[in-house]
Ligand binder design. Structure first.
Ligand SMILES: [Zn+2]
Length: 53
């Protein structure tokens, strides 16, 4: 487990029923600012497929 960026989490809550796009965007931002948990492998795959940077 990495270190949690509490401040970032408070400002960036995951929507209650996120769309795939929202989840992807959230995780991309999350990975830039916080390392409390890794991006799910499945989601990382989706990102690769969709070509989102
Ligand atoms: Zn985090």
């Amino acid at each position: 487990m990495g270190k949690i960026n509490k401040e970032w989490h408070l400002k960036h809550k995951m929507p209650k029923n996120p769309t795939q796009e929202e989840r992807i965007k959230w995780h991309i931002e999350h990975s830039k600012h916080c390392s409390c948990r890794a991006m799910p492998a499945k989601l990382a795959e989706e990102i690769k497929k969709s070509g989102i940077k």
